[in-house]
Every structure is written in structure tokens, then in C-alpha cells.
Design a protein around this ligand. Structure first.
Ligand SMILES: Cc1cc2nc3c(=O)[nH]c(=O)nc-3n(C[C@H](O)[C@H](O)[C@H](O)COP(=O)(O)OP(=O)(O)OC[C@H]3O[C@@H](n4cnc5c(N)ncnc54)[C@H](O)[C@@H]3O)c2cc1C
Length: 415
């Protein structure tokens, strides 16, 4: 026989956003349960910021987000960063600022953020139902009923927060939950991996695997420049990674999905003009002319990367530098500013940090995060069609949307 358990609020998903909403709601005295499909909550949270949890950023400019900016702004106005940080402080997390405005827990441990959220939730009566994948939400006698795969129990309440996150970082893609959301009458915008590494089509990159450079990146779709960034670039066994690549990966993902030709151009000397590069190269060709060509760029740019530039400029590495012609010098200089690669694919959801796309935001109120299709149902975090750049923006959106939903629910249930 099924036991029907009654709560003020049911939160589906014990990730960043569900835990934050749970902590705020429990602190306000409401009886909540977090229904989580895994055996433990906050698994992804533990991986964030390489285990350090880059939980927000000082620069909350909307240009760091993709999605409806009016919708996002409204949420941030309702849940100011100052309030979010003071909630963290009140539950035991001291905040510290790192490079580029990134905010972290002072412990530099994602586990401390997870612990503090968990403790705050449980200390005030919050309950977890672990290993329970929510499968459906139905309305019965004016109450919302959440059914899980468990034969024995279902959960009943006036408010349900859907905080199920996206497919990024998951071992296997899981679109089940979208079916349930669509059944509620919601539109789900096409999803794709973002903040993800890219696979390249030339074998050349393999000779550079493991080498990092600081450089510029321009992304081309059907030969048109569509996005650029300047940051760290890392060559890998499958292609290319690093913050510069992650930051343009959303556009790469989109154009690949549309079947367009996608290319990357790496500028290895973004601080120099082409003319400056030509004259430096000319000087080097004279001063170290006795060495082999493989050493031409050594000491100027990363050796392995330099050798790959030379190879792709058609230079035989065993030649003497002094034998190189002016034309070859020009070719090498150009390649140093425009080292081109065809992008074959992204590295998939499994290796992505965030999912772009999701529940259409014009069907959700930014003042409450409540569904405009089904009263009492709220959406928070990555499941929504909002995603941010790398730098703490995705976690910040998870906290902010959770806070707006928690405030709205507290206000309604306590009146
Ligand atoms: C490797 C990695 C590093 C990252 N680093 C950062 C960073 O440093 N800074 C940053 O801002 N962002 C970072 N992100 C992104 C950030 O982690 C996410 O944007 C954020 O966790 C989203 O929060 P969420 O609550 O919406 O979803 P999640 O944190 O993914 O939580 C969703 C939860 O719902 C559960 N769930 C799903 N479906 C069901 C169901 N049907 N029933 C019950 N439970 C369900 C899941 O098991 C999960 O526990 C990183 C992501 C990855 C993968």
C-alpha cells in the first residue's frame, strides 16, 4: 500500500539550487523534503571549481549570461548578491574573492558548501528522500502529488520546486524528466552542452597535447567570425580545452548542431601585431640562424606548440633556420596569429559544465519562479533556459532563482 506523505514543500533535486531553496525554506519554518534520485545529494556541487566551488562572481553583469536578460535581471533584482552571500555567511561559509572577481568559500572546499547547506536544511527539520527519482507530478484534491519510482511512497504538498538541473556532467544523457515537464504543458528549448571542450579534426593537435598557452581564440561558423575570447588554451588528446575554449564553446555547440562548418583560429601572440611578429621572426632568423628550424620559435612561444606551427606552415624541422626564405617567414608569422583548426564536435554533455537550453523562461514568472501553466510548481537552476559563462555564474543563478522561489513560497504558505 502507498503511504502518502504530506509536506509544505517538495523539492525535486538535491543539487545546488534545490539545497539552497531547501535551506532557506527550512530556516523559515516550513516542512520540506528534498527528493533526490542519487544515493547522496550535491554530487555535482562537489566537482565545481575543481573542488573549490566558484560560487559567484563580483561582476554580475548580464552579459555573462545567455537567455532572456530581462528575465534574469528581474531574478537578480529580487535576490541581490549581497543577500545570497549573507545567507552563506549565516550558515557558516566565509567568502573570499579570487582572480577575475570569482568568489569562493574561504575553505576552498566545495564539500564545505555542501555540508553547510545540508546542515542548515536538516537542523531545521528538512528531510531527504534519497534514491527516489521523481517521475511525475499530478494534482489530486487540489494538492500536488509527486510520484517516484518507489512503489511504496508518494509525496504530497501545495508547492513543488523542480530543481533537477541539466544533463551536463552526467554519465549518461537523461531526458526522462523533460517528458514530465512537457506533460505539465511546458516548452523545453533544445538543449546542448556548453562550457565544454572541443574535438578537432587534425591529428596535429595531438603533438601539442598537455601544453598550455595564453592566447586569443576566434570562432568561425561558415567562415564568418562569430565569437572570440582571450584566456588560457590547453591542447589535449582529443582536441582543445582551457577557459578561452570553454567560453566560446556554447556558440560552437550551437553551430555544430545546425550542421554548419565550425573552425577555430588560435592567436598565439595576441599582444603583437602581424608586422611586429614579422620583424621579431626576421631578427630571430638572423640571430639563431645556425640552429635547426625546430628551434626557431623556442623561447618565444611554447616549444611543442611552436613545432606544430612550423609543421603546419610546411617547414621541414630538420632544415637550418638560415635556409628559410622570406616567404616561409611570412607564412610562419601569419600562422602564429591564425592557427586554424576544424571543429569536429564538442566533448559532449558528460564533459560539459553546463546545459544550454531547457524550460522556456516565458512560461515562468521571474518574480516567483512559478510556472505560468500549473500553479504551485516552481522551476529553479539549470533546468531553465538560462546559462552563464565560466566564473561562478551558473551557481549564482542556481542560488538566486532558488531564493526567489523560496521567498515566494514562504510568503504564500505563511499568509
Ligand atoms: C565539473 C563541473 C564543474 C562546475 N564548476 C562550476 C563552478 O565552479 N561555478 C559555477 O558557477 N558552476 C559550475 N558548474 C555548473 C554548476 O554545477 C551547475 O550549473 C549547478 O550545479 C546547477 O544547479 P542545479 O541545482 O540546477 O542542478 P544540479 O546541481 O545538477 O542538481 C540537480 C539535482 O537533481 C537531481 N535530479 C535530477 N532529476 C531528478 C529526478 N527526476 N528526481 C530526483 N532527483 C533528480 C540530480 O541527481 C541532482 O542532484 C560546474 C559543473 C560541472 C559539471
Amino acid at each position: 500500500m502507498k503511504s502518502n506523505k504530506m509536506f509544505d514543500v517538495i523539492i525535486i533535486g538535491g543539487g545546488a539550487s534545490g539545497l539552497f531553496a531547501g535551506a532557506v525554506l527550512s530556516l523559515s519554518g516550513l516542512k520540506c523534503i528534498i527528493v533526490e534520485k542519487n544515493g547522496r545529494v550535491g554530487k555535482k556541487l562537489l566537482q565545481t571549481g575543481n573542488g573549490k566551488c566558484n560560487l559567484s562572481n563580483r561582476d554580475m553583469c548580464l552579459k555573462n549570461y545567455y537567455g532572456d536578460s530581462a528575465f534574469i535581471k528581474r531574478i537578480f533584482d529580487k535576490a541581490p548578491q549581497k543577500r545570497i552571500l549573507s545567507i552563506f555567511e549565516s550558515i557558516g561559509i566565509e567568502i573570499v574573492e579570487g582572480e577575475n572577481g570569482k568568489l569562493f568559500p574561504k575553505s576552498m572546499q566545495a564539500s564545505s558548501v555542501l555540508d553547510s547547506l545540508r546542515f542548515a536544511f536538516e537542523e531545521h527539520g528538512g528531510l531527504f528522500a534519497l534514491e527516489r527519482e521523481a517521475l511525475s507530478i499530478a494534482r489530486k484534491d487540489n494538492k500536488l502529488i509527486v510520484k517516484t519510482e518507489s512503489e511504496t511512497d508518494e509525496f504530497c504538498s501545495d508547492a513543488v520546486i523542480i530543481a533537477t538541473g541539466g544533463m551536463a556532467g552526467l554519465e549518461r544523457e537523461c531526458k526522462n524528466f523533460f517528458t514530465m515537464i512537457k506533460r505539465l504543458g511546458h516548452t523545453v528549448k533544445e538543449v546542448m552542452p556548453s562550457l565544454v571542450q572541443l574535438k578537432l579534426d587534425k591529428e596535429l593537435y595531438k603533438s601539442m597535447a598537455g601544453n598550455r598557452v595564453e592566447g586569443g581564440i576566434v570562432l568561425y561558423s561558415n567562415s564568418e567570425s562569430v565569437s572570440s575570447d582571450r584566456n588560457e588554451i590547453l591542447f589535449t588528446e582529443y582536441g582543445i580545452s582551457g577557459n578561452a575554449v570553454l567560453n566560446i564553446s556554447r556558440e560552437a555547440s550551437l553551430f555544430l548542431m545546425q550542421g554548419k562548418k565550425v573552425e577555430l583560429s588560435v592567436d598565439l601572440l595576441p599582444d603583437e601585431t602581424l608586422n611586429e611578429t614579422k620583424s621579431i621572426l626576421k631578427r630571430r632568423m638572423e640571430s639563431i640562424g645556425k640552429r635547426k628550424a625546430e628551434n626557431l620559435l623556442n623561447g618565444w612561444i611554447n616549444k611543442r606548440v611552436g613545432m606544430a606551427v612550423l609543421k603546419s606552415s610546411g617547414i621541414d624541422l630538420s632544415r637550418q633556420i638560415s635556409s628559410l626564405t622570406d616567404d616561409e617567414g611570412e607564412r610562419i608569422s601569419e600562422k602564429l596569429h591564425d592557427f586554424r583548426f576544424k571543429v569536429k564536435d564538442t566533448n559532449g554533455f558528460r564533459n560539459a559544465q553546463v546545459m544550454a537550453g531547457g524550460v522556456a523562461t516565458d512560461e515562468v514568472s521571474p518574480d516567483t519562479m512559478e510556472s505560468e501553466k500549473e500553479m504551485g510548481i516552481f522551476f529553479t537552476g539549470e533546468i531553465l533556459d538560462v546559462d552563464g559563462k565560466s566564473g561562478g555564474y551558473n551557481l549564482h543563478f542556481a542560488w538566486a532563482s532558488a531564493l526567489v522561489a523560496a521567498d515566494a513560497i514562504s510568503k504564500r504558505l505563511k499568509n
